[in-house]
Design a protein around this ligand. Sequence first.
Ligand SMILES: Nc1ncnc2c1ncn2[C@@H]1O[C@H](COP(=O)(O)OP(=O)(O)OP(=O)(O)O)[C@@H](O)[C@H]1O
Ligand SMILES: [Mg+2]
Length: 391
Amino acid sequence: MDKIKVLLVEKSSSDRELISETLSKIDYINLVGEADNAEEANYFLNDNYPNVILIGTNLELDRHNLAKSISNEYPDIAIIMIENELKEDTMYKALFSGAKDVIISPFTSSKLVDSIFRAAQLVNEKSVVHKDIPVKQRRRSGRGHVITVFSTKGGVGKTFISTNLAISLAKDSDKRVCLVDLDLDFGNTVLALNMVPRFTILDIVDDIRNIDQDIIESYLIPHESGIKVLPANAKPQINEFVNSEHIEIILRALQGAFDYVVVDMPARFYEPVNPAFQVADVLLMVTTPEISAVRNIKASIQTLQELNFPKSKIKVVLNKADSSGQIKSKDVESTLNQSLYEIIDADYKQAMLSLNDGIPVTIGKPKSPISKSFNSLAKKINSEFIESGVK
Ligand SMILES: Nc1ncnc2c1ncn2[C@@H]1O[C@H](COP(=O)(O)OP(=O)(O)OP(=O)(O)O)[C@@H](O)[C@H]1O
Ligand SMILES: [Mg+2]
């Protein structure tokens, strides 16, 4: 194996020394340069073309901007960001800037070496995967619209909304719709739809080199509503083999095969599912009428905007709305400074029954207020694309 070439960008000389000493002991790692500013980093980037760049905590520049510009210009160089504290916000800022991994200082030498090794492997795999897929199969023809359903708070109704929305979109518009469960560790769309997962995302990952818009269909499970479903894997520990390159290939293939790709997300930002943000045409942010949920969503929206995610794509859905609730829809709107895209009432009885029976409310109770909200949500989404002329 060739040595992994590493460039270190860090202002503090003591930090640089510590890292270079650690790396000098590893014979398959070669520290090809040390830089303490962007100019120097660029010099080494052009000259030595490292495989991995370590961005330290002390720099007199916006470290995330640096990461972003490097990852745009040199997509096959893996960026690792060193951070001072473990906060969700720091993690997703780093990952959104294109970093492949984040390590928290202080770290052990094995953590550092392991991270470098894995990051280098990831970019290596990526170039192999892309090389092996014929260009024809990677083309985006008749691009479908991706609706990503997200919140960083668990239990607000992402799965409930994505399953019912997918069904409503299929009913309302007679369009081809698929539902993808990207809650890789805890995905439960198959429970909500009472389906047996014949294949899961992991089977597609195993076959990733052959995946195109035709082949991917053979992995999907048809639901009686007409939608097709791609379930998450039932064994969380296995999902560490799934990375963002795989997810990007899967989503692009699905966009080629369907009019709508509805994506049910995990309750956190993390690297493997980043493409679901990048390719989203509509990002449905789900909140409930609780202060903690609204605060959560406000922070997520702010972060997404700092990362230049287009505000026009962010739509907020208030779920489990309740007239006797902690806060009213008007309060949610004024806190977020954004009007609500849809309000879905709380109906605990129907929600529980639908989950127990595996029959979504939009099928089991099509006339209920909740189902009407889903029909209205589907109509709004349809009209987004007609009005904007996006195809
Ligand atoms: N409008 C609603 N009224 C009543 N109960 C609801 C409503 N929407 C969702 N629920 C219930 O809330 C619970 C959590 O919903 P769901 O699993 O969809 O949330 P989630 O955001 O996907 O959670 P996780 O983050 O764990 O994936 C479920 O029991 C669901 O039936
Ligand atoms: Mg869920």
